[in-house]
Design a binder for this molecule. Structure first.
Ligand SMILES: Nc1ncnc2c1ncn2[C@@H]1O[C@H](COP(=O)(O)OP(=O)(O)OP(=O)(O)O)[C@@H](O)[C@H]1O
Length: 328
């Protein structure tokens, strides 16, 4: 069977107008505009089969949202081929729109003045779904997501972020799409809401054999949901394949995170490369499992350590190492 989503050698460059400072320069730029070119995505290729979830991973600005916009047909690629359900998504035919859905975690389709159920009724008429059937679907989806009947009736602007996101999903899945694009669907949500959304997506994929592309900065989303991952770095492919293959490709890495004084860090640095963590006075060392005893010895000899934490070769450590390798 043909993959439901095909992306072949796709590139996208944005042209940004450079605004000059000062009156003279503004007048000059009226005649000769200066532009900067941002190569957001460079020659990316992947496919998504029926019943598959592909996770798009990358640092801020890596090109994830651009990729989602290209594949969903919001913007046009400069180069390459994109096919979704055999069609060019940029043409956005009615048939295509009826089978596809796009959820952007940071942009809402819900009208803040209406309730979720009112929006559901509106969407039902747009997608020509029987109103009663749409309400039944919405209620059953709400139950699965842990959203109460009362929440469905409340004005959207009074709902919490998590409740709104659940409403967003109900609306986006109402027409039972078979291809779904999700850009950071769990952003800013608490642990329980994230889990409810993950379970919902997993069940939906299974029930409707849907093909899904998802971006997320949360490694749990990626590990829990994705059959394949595509790691983007500066608009290009850094890795494409399963999580298991990625783990088997990388040397076994462990990481210890600890708090220590500056003096202690200096002493430990004689033995191991100490890296700064995001929090103040927090540091970490990467090492192979065979070195564990030695690392513990160095740390206990050289410093008064508070708050020590060991991690095994978690996916986040592996991906971080990949990024570091790409920077060398
Ligand atoms: N409409 C636009 N015009 C100009 N440049 C853009 C536009 N959209 C994105 N970019 C640039 O393209 C690059 C990729 O951006 P993109 O939003 O795709 O990254 P991302 O991986 O989704 O980032 P984040 O994780 O921060 O959301 C960035 O340098 C960004 O500034």
């Amino acid at each position: 069977m043909q993959p439901k989503i095909i992306v072949k050698n796709v590139s996208k460059t944005y042209r940004v107008y450079i605004k000059e400072n000062g009156v003279v320069n503004t007048v000059k730029s009226f005649f000769k505009r200066r532009y900067e070119y941002i190569e957001a995505v460079k020659g990316i290729s992947f496919t998504v089969n029926q019943g598959e979830i592909l996770g798009l991973i990358g640092l801020n600005g890596a090109g994830k949202t651009t990729t989602i916009k290209l594949v969903s047909g919001i913007i046009k690629a400069d180069k390459g081929i994109i096919r979704v359900l055999g069609k060019d998504p940029f043409l956005r035919s009615k048939e295509y729109r009826n089978k596809v859905s796009l959820v952007m975690g940071q942009r809402s389709q819900l009208d803040p003045d209406l309730s979720i159920i009112d929006s559901v009724k509106l969407f039902a008429s747009i997608y020509s779904i029987d109103k009663r059937e749409a309400i039944l679907r919405a209620k059953s989806m709400a139950e699965e997501l842990g959203l109460s009947e009362i929440d469905l009736q409340k004005q959207v602007r009074t709902l919490s972020l998590g409740q709104r996101m659940k409403g967003e999903l109900i609306l986006s899945f109402l027409h039972l799409p078979v291809v779904i694009f999700l850009d950071e669907p769990t952003i800013g949500l608490d642990f329980f809401t994230q889990r409810a959304i993950r379970n919902y997506l997993k069940n939906y994929k299974k029930k409707y054999n849907a093909s899904i592309i998802l971006t997320s900065h949360y490694i749990t989303d990626i590990e829990d949901l994705c059959d394949n991952i595509y790691i983007l770095h500066k608009g290009q492919e850094l890795y494409y394949g399963t999580i298991e293959k990625l783990k088997s490709m990388m040397p076994n890495i462990r990481k210890v995170r600890f708090n220590a004084s500056n003096g202690a860090v200096e002493r430990i640095s004689k033995y191991y490369k100490v890296e700064e963590a995001s929090e103040e006075q927090e540091y970490f060392i990467r090492f192979s499992p065979e070195e564990t005893i030695n690392v513990m010895r160095v740390l206990s000899n050289e410093a008064e350590i508070s708050n020590i934490n060991f991690h095994d070769d978690n996916l986040d450590i592996i991906i971080e190492s990949l990024y570091k390798g790409a920077e060398k």
